[in-house]
Design a protein around this ligand. Sequence first.
Ligand code: ZN
Length: 91
Amino acid sequence: MTKNITSNANAPVIKYTEYLKFGFVKTRFQDFYCPHCGKQLNAGWNYQPKFCAECGQLLDFSEVTYEEEEFLGYSEDAYEKASELMRRLRG
Ligand SMILES: [Zn+2]
């Protein structure tokens, strides 16, 4: 059974993505995805699309609570590399 695009607006799917800010600061931020086709939406604090550019699914951002980027800590990997570099420079 194929799912038809509903005529009603649906809330976007919220996922959290982690990335390394400045290469070593673990940061988590909100990402929005289409509830119908799953494509990432180009949405943010200042822009909320009325519908998905990919499949045309109507979107409802009214229930969405925006969260600021969350600081999770420093990357141990990056810290190790920096320490190694410091040792070499001192060596
Ligand atoms: Zn879509």
